[in-house]
Each structure stands twice: as C-alpha cells, then as structure tokens.
Design a protein around this ligand. Structure first.
Ligand code: GLN
Length: 311
C-alpha cells in the first residue's frame, strides 16, 4: 500500500511537469477560471482505505460525472422504463451534438450525452419542484460519499444557464419529439444544478465505491443498487462514459469511467476500488487530458483492467 502511495505521488509529479495540459472549458464562463496546473487523484478501496496525491482535497465542478448518480437514482425510481426513452449505445459525436439527436428522432443515444441526461433529469423531476429534485440528487451524493459538506455551486449553475444555448436546443428537440414530461426550462434548471455539484477527489472516489462493491455502500453495507445494476452502470460507463472518446479510453485505461468538463473523472476497478482524478485541462473530446494520462499510468502500474489480469 505504501508503494502505491509512492506511485501515486510519482504519477502526479511526472504529469504536473508535462507540457500539454489540454484546454480548460470556457463555454461555461465560471469554469474558465480553473487552474490547468491542478492535478489530484484519490483511490477509495472497497474496504474503506483511502489514498490520495496532488490536489485531491481541492473542490471542482462535477459536471457530467454527476450523470452517473442521476442515472442511478432514475433507474431506482423507474427501472427498465428508462430504456424506452433513452438508448444504451455509444455516441459518435460530441456530448452536446444536436445532429445526433435529430437523426435518432429524439431518443438520445445514451444517458451520458447531454440529451440523455436531460431525459434522466426530466424523469427525476416528475411532478416535483426543481428545488426538491436538486435537493434529492445532492442528498444522494452526500449519502454515498458519507459527507454532508458537498454542495451545489450556485454560481456555476447560474453561469451554465446563462450560456447553455446548445442544451436549450437539445431540450427543445426532446420536447418537440414528445420525449419530455416537463418544460425544457424546468428540466434545464435541474440539469445545470446537478452538473454544478462541487466536490473533491476524495469525496468523489468515496461516492463511486458502491459501483466497485457490487452495488453496496462500503461505509454501511447498504445495497444502493443490485449487483446486476452496478455491473450495467459500469458497462455504460465503459462504452459511453467518455463520449466519442470512449473507445480510445477503453484501449488506454481499460476501466469503466465517467468524465466531466470540469476536468473530473470517476473510474471503477470492479471488486477493488473507485478512483477519482481531476485536472481541468481537457482534450478534444472534453475529457481531462492529465486525468486520462494519470489513470492510464495508474491502471498500468497496478494491472487494473476489466479486460484481463496483468501478465
Ligand atoms: N454541464 C455541462 C454541459 O451541459 C456538462 C458537459 C460535460 O461535462 N461533458 O455542457
């Protein structure tokens, strides 16, 4: 274990010295100020041990990593009905592609592209007030991380709503195809707020551990989801979690993972641990450049892959 602590510190030091850190997302004005020099990593083992290195205690914007948690909640409430409204196939275009949604006649490719996550937000909203639904999502993440300090960053939510023209278009397309129950405005409010949940790598790694432990929350043994559902969420993360960069990510890292444009990535080593990395510079697909590189190095060192053991 202490060896792994040394490995983590080495990975962070080597990557912090790297030249190309990618590009910080600037289409949400409040995200522009993130520092691309930041790099944090945390590992939460299913037996409760925690390891971290770099800027692992620094809070960042969860963005699309939150879609893992909204999907989990929606599957709990709606089960397989959800799959009538959203697909389970990888996407071939950017996470906010309008063309892809039009071609699919208003049924998003998967729950992790923006259109799919809007469907999930709409289901969770049901006939509640947006504030209640946002509160429910936040409570769920806090419960999973066993940490009441996780918050929604209202500034980021507001900032996203001021410039979310593409998401407005996607929500209106969904409504035009009869695939939304609530008005686009209400759904977009819930969506922007769950994307604006702010936490650090240690908190995120803990929140994801149920996916490494057959659906059970390690801190209290509570079954968050069945083992089968945990496997399926992991399958969706592997095939769709990095959008149109998912194939390359599976090739390089070999673990189910979900990224966000805040620079966070949650990765799962089934039966072993949950890993959170964060560095705000993004690659062309909107995935953390150093975060992917850190996961690639860590998975390689540890022999962690869902595709086979280290020779
Ligand atoms: N809130 C962001 C958006 O809608 C989330 C995108 C992401 O993290 N990939 O554009």
């Amino acid at each position: 274990m202490s060896d792994l602590q040394g490995t983590l510190s080495e990975i962070v030091a080597a990557l912090k010295a790297a030249g190309d850190r990618g590009k910080v997302a600037d289409y949400i004005p409040e995200l522009r100020t993130a520092d691309p020099e930041m790099l944090g990593i945390a590992i939460a083992y299913i037996d409760g041990r925690l390891l971290s290195a770099g800027d692992a205690s620094q809070a960042f914007s969860m963005q699309s990593v939150s879609k893992v948690f909204t999907l989990t909640l929606a599957l709990g409430a709606f089960g397989d009905y959800l799959w009538d409204k959203v697909g389970r196939e990888p996407s071939n275009e950017a996470f906010n592609s309008i063309a892809e949604l039009e071609r699919a006649k208003g049924v998003p490719r998967n729950p992790f592209v923006n259109a799919g996550a809007l469907i999930v937000a709409d289901l969770l909203l049901g006939s509640h007030q947006p504030r209640e639904t946002i509160g429910e999502i936040l409570r769920f993440v806090r419960f999973l991380a066993d940490d009441g300090d996780i918050v929604v960053d209202e500034r980021i939510a507001r900032s996203e709503r001021q410039t979310d023209f593409r998401n407005v278009a996607l929500a209106n397309f969904l409504a035009a195809f009869g695939n939304l129950r609530n008005t686009p405005e209400r759904v977009l409010g819930v969506y922007a707020h769950h994307c604006a949940i702010s936490l650090n790598c240690l908190q995120l790694a803990k929140a994801g551990t149920f996916l490494a432990k057959e659906g059970r929350n390690p801190s209290n043994g509570y079954a968050v989801v069945s083992a089968e559902r945990a496997r399926r969420i992991n399958a969706l993360m592997l095939t769709c979690g990095q959008y149109d960069g998912s194939g390359e990510f599976a090739f390089r890292v070999g673990l189910p993972a979900k990224s966000g444009v805040g620079g966070g990535i949650l990765a799962i080593v089934p039966g072993v641990a949950s890993i959170a990395v964060w560095s705000p510079g993004l690659d062309a697909h909107g995935n953390s450049q150093l975060g992917c590189a850190a996961l690639e190095r860590l998975a390689h060192c540890q022999g962690w892959s869902v595709f086979g053991a280290k020779p």
